[in-house]
Design a protein around this ligand. Sequence first.
Ligand SMILES: *Cc1c(COP(=O)(O)O)cnc(C)c1O
Length: 240
Amino acid sequence: MSGEARRTQLAANLQQVRERVAAACTAAGRRPEEVRVIAVTKQYPASDVRILAELGVRDVGENRDQEAAPKATECRDLDLVWHFVGQLQTNKARSVVRYADVVHSVDRLRLVTELGRRVRAAGRTLTCLVQVNLDPESEQGVLGPRGGADPADVPGLAEAIEAEEGLSLGGVMAVAPRQGDPRAAFDRLKAVADDLQARYPHATVVSAGMSGDLEAAVERGATHLRIGTALLGNRGLIVG
Ligand SMILES: *Cc1c(COP(=O)(O)O)cnc(C)c1O
């Protein structure tokens, strides 16, 4: 596909996503400015990030450091906000803090300590979201763990983040379980978020909702949506 054709396609997809978000906000009685769309560009090239930036996207998300690090370097001139949304191994913290502005997947104390140590060494700062596991029973299931802390462990993680120089608590993130009504899951996330915000008023982010459930997420109070497929296309169809 030519660059021009890709640009036309991404512009159409972006328009469609913006219309879905606007409609969901209207239905929920919310203002569209309350909801940010993060373009999850995993498995798509830096050239797509560049086109999306030209189309007005300011936030991009990635889930694997090996892919994200070179892409962020290639796109450094674009002045984007980089969100790391995937499960994060402790030994990748050093690399991730060099380009990420927000890590959505903070789910254990050891990772908090390591991100703090590495972000200070890099002379940067980092916003951390506590990833909440909304489906503890699926943890041992055939689909494997999806990451995230038990809701009971969220206050301790939040406190650790706030105590770590260079890190700040942004709020919470979750992925809806594959089974069941995502609205029920997002309600559980919102309850955790409200508790956290009562204690840390600046922790306003509720990162929830992907291509398939963004309407439910907006209805149930998401402030950030992580949108891959609906913007960039079906990752399963990429060849090579
Ligand atoms: C890939 C990914 C997304 C985007 O999912 P889509 O269904 O393609 O919109 C959102 N969040 C996380 C954590 C992801 O890994």
